[in-house]
Design a protein around this ligand. Sequence first.
Ligand code: BG6
Length: 467
Amino acid sequence: MYLKQIERFPDDFLFGASTSSFQVEGAAELDGRGKAIHDLAEKKIGITDFSTASDHYHRMEEDVELFHELGLNMYRFSMSWTRIMPDGKNINEEGLAFYNRLVDKLVSYGIEPLVTIYHFEYPYQLIEEFGGWLSPKGIDAYEAFAKVLFTHFGDRVKYWLTINEQDHVVKISERLGLPKESTGLAFERKLQQANYHMCVATAKVIQLAHQMMPDSKIGPAVNPMPAIPSSGNPKDLIAAMEFNELSHHYILDLHCRGKFSPIHWKYMQDRDICPKVKTEDLQLMAANPPDFIGINYYLNQTVAHSEQETIALRGQGVFCEEEAGIYQLAENELIPQTDWGWNICPEGLSISLMDVCNRYQLPMLITENGLGAYDEVVDGKIHDTYRIEYLQNHLAQIKHCLSMGFPILGYCAWSAIDLVSGREGMDKRYGFIYVNRTNEELRDLNRLKKDSFYWYQNVIQERGQSI
Ligand code: BG6
């Protein structure tokens, strides 16, 4: 829709940026930190090593000073479960001390902290003991960790995220401590049960947050990849709608309404993979909806209907090529791609914001959005015009949605500073601040401001007038 745009982003709109602990901190074996699931990544996920990452643990003060210079209103980060509770159960004072220093430093600069309680970093000990999220004991363990965070940081942290991308935790089995190539009925049932446990855990922690910190705002962060139909064939539109149900609505329906999406429930019934459900859990979810929904948006998908007339278990992986009998991913020549084959579709952000907000009637906070790219240092500078263009186009969509009156609290770009990408290590950079290391060499880890740093600084200063 063409409409009269707001001139600037609202005064209380939060311009921010994000990181996650295991991707940025390093110091993996220092000061009592315990092993988390990705520490076994070399064996389990086959990606780069996170032991030094961007060395933020040692350079936190310098980094926050750079965030302040950038002008951030909000900084999103996760608190490492195994730095604070190395075995998932007992407290490590040194872990608390690090995050106390970080939160104090942010607050001293007037930067609003947004804390992710759990961002893929699951204590290995709990996987060994009872299978982590696969067991109902995972709910209690997560609640106990959240309680520690609320007790120690609730006086200064108002905004919280419960679970980062539960939709992707379920789709990438290694994140649940399951072998990479797992398949089959029993495996699919485990995924659905783990998903259900995470929904119960989310409701419990939202309830706890509101009891312990009445002014707090808490919600999940999901990663919608809104599907658009590959043609004018109505079957492709239905396939796109079903894709969206099975990719993120099924989780948000539980979080926000305490109900299973009918399509998801039927999908599980047909495949005999329904989780064990208790009525009181659903009541707990319905009574404790989130205050806002965090949206991590990178890419959309184009889908066509699946020609197969069968009921099959899905293939593994985030970008599952085909759900037999439901949808298949399709090419779309109108949509360019990143070097890693991710579709670049800024309109997909509007589609997600409108869709999620209309369906759940809750405010939204963009908790991740950014471009992973190879960056090159030339004469001490990084001219990342491609990143600026990507961010600019996505911020324009947010401005458009704000102009239509959708309640959007803020925007946290991914990422504040270069960090170790989930699967590609340091080759795929996202930050406003360059970190001088590669996958092969640690180098001096010095920080360098990219062109996008100065661009975002200006956007924040003029509150998006030129977007
Ligand atoms: C999100 C995650 O899914 O995408 C981040 O929350 C991740 O942890 C980001 O880094 C980008 O993905 P990748 O694979 O390019 O690092």
